[in-house]
Ligand binder design. Structure first.
Ligand SMILES: [Zn+2]
Length: 81
């Protein structure tokens, strides 16, 4: 059974906030501009560059637990009754 293809292009990058796995590839922009890479899962800024070399983040794998979807201000602890 053939696979869809190895994830060989780009380097792997894990979001420091939620642990989502990305494949990062670099591409050249026409002119120098500010590029902000935000995690599509937790919406945190992962990288910010100001050059003609743009990093493209492609989501490969979502984390099992997404911190931003947890109720804020509520300590999630099912054993504290
Ligand atoms: Zn994230």
């Amino acid at each position: 059974m053939p696979l869809a293809g190895p994830i060989s292009q780009g380097k792997k990058f894990f979001c420091p906030k939620c642990g989502a796995l990305y494949s990062v590839t670099r591409t050249q922009a026409a002119k120098k501009e500010t590029n902000i890479a935000k995690c599509v899962v937790c919406l945190q800024v992962m990288d910010e560059t100001d050059s003609t070399s743009v990093s493209v983040y492609k989501l490969i794998h979502r984390p099992l637990l997404v911190p931003s979807q947890m109720p804020s201000g509520v300590a999630w602890c099912p054993t504290s009754l």
